[in-house]
Design a protein around this ligand. Structure first.
Ligand code: GAL
Length: 378
């Protein structure tokens, strides 16, 4: 009897201290409304986006979540359940069903405070009732923001929603969004499937590049089930050059970052689509080993080498030029964790096998551009 009680106690303790929802074994892939649409969201937009995810080949490329960010909610009903903006979202359950009918998954957004960042009702104090409502609608994903808190730390407020989600009978991906303020990499692996490590990204080089560098410091904390999140993708929103968007996508894939498209996929350009559906680069992100690649060196001129191991003994490498002039970028095998002298070379953007390399690999790289390779020892 005593042993049974001890076991029960251990189970209760364990379940309230960890996430273990089986989700996020590889970084999540999908779309989110915020970067492009901000508060201009509606059921119609979500349905058209789901259609476009299928017709443009994004679903086939692995993107599965269709996530509504802030501004879908307006108030609480007298019984405290959350009330969507009925003009824009007449029936959430029906909308989730529509997204599911396309074999996609459906996500929502809320906040661990009294109000969201756009002053809509938050979930603080209503975690259980909100989690039940989401599960009843068929929600598969929750992004949980950090505005208008009650003065307590995120470490206190975020586990409450984790436990509420776990109490429902539906597995719900839990995306922690406290902008990296309390070093979430050190505590959020037990709380969420991903955690933001930075403030919001903007659609320009400096913002994108600085988010990658900030995210990089936490690389050892990521792994299957829990990922560092340097914020959503800007590819396709028009503020960066084609080469800079290639850098953006290459880094996010190597860093095992969530791949959440942030543009209007209904009218996406061919260039943006080619980047977002590059199956060889996506394969690095989704590699089952799940080790986050990181920056292994950088010269004062901005010649940078980023690398990380893949399953099957291969190594993914980005030769990046963050400087202002075209220059050679060289990676030595000893720096990138390759023990063999000679390796085969696959260029993931040129989609070609290139001449094998011995001891090092070097490429001439334009300013704000990158070459991404997979090296495999012979
Ligand atoms: C921010 C969050 C953004 C977006 C926005 C909505 O706090 O980082 O990604 O969700 O709120 O208001």
């Amino acid at each position: 009897m005593k042993a049974l009680l001890q076991l029960m106690f251990a189970c209760i303790l364990h379940s309230s201290l960890s996430l273990e929802n089986g989700l996020g074994r590889t970084p999540q892939m999908g779309w989110n409304s915020w970067n492009h649409f901000h508060c201009s969201v509606s059921a119609r937009l979500i349905m058209e986006t789901a259609d476009a995810m299928v017709s443009k080949g994004l679903k086939a490329a692995g993107y599965q979540y269709v996530n509504i960010d802030d501004c879908w909610q307006v108030a609480r009903f007298p019984n405290n359940t959350i009330k969507p903006d009925h003009k824009k979202f007449p029936d959430m359950k029906q909308l989730a069903d529509y997204v599911h009918s396309k074999s996609l998954k459906f996500g929502l957004y809320s906040d661990a405070g009294t109000h969201t960042c756009q002053k809509r009702p938050g979930s603080l104090g209503y975690e259980d009732i909100d989690a039940e409502t989401y599960a009843g609608w068929g929600v598969d994903y929750l992004k949980y923001d950090n505005c208008n808190d009650n003065g307590t730390k995120p470490e206190i407020r975020y586990p409450v929603m984790r436990d509420a989600l776990n109490k429902t009978d539906k597995p719900i991906f839990y995306s922690v969004c406290e902008w990296g303020i309390d070093d979430p990499a050190t505590w959020a692996p037990k709380v969420g499937n991903s955690w933001r490590t930075t403030e919001d990204i903007e659609d320009n080089w400096d913002s994108m590049y600085s988010r990658a560098v900030l995210n990089d410091q936490w690389w050892k904390y990521a792994g299957p089930g829990g990922w560092n999140d340097p914020d959503m993708l800007e590819v396709g929103n028009g503020g960066m050059s084609h080469n800079a968007y290639i850098v953006h996508f290459s880094l996010w894939c190597l860093m095992k970052a969530p791949l959440l498209i942030g543009c209007d996929v209904r009218s996406i350009s061919k260039d943006a689509l080619d980047i977002l559906t590059n199956s060889e680069v996506i394969a690095v992100n989704q590699d089952p080993l799940g080790v986050q690649g990181h920056r292994v060196k950088m010269t004062t001129d901005g010649a940078e080498v980023w690398a990380g191991p893949l399953s099957g003994n291969s190594v993914a490498v980005i030769l990046l030029n963050s400087g202002t002039k075209t220059q050679n970028v060289t990676a030595y095998f000893s720096e990138i964790g390759l023990s063999a002298d000679t390796a085969s070379v696959r260029d993931l953007w040129a989609h070609e096998d290139q001449e094998s390399a011995t001891n090092s690999i070097s490429r001439s790289v334009h300013s704000h551009s990158a070459v991404m390779l997979v090296l495999k020892p012979f």
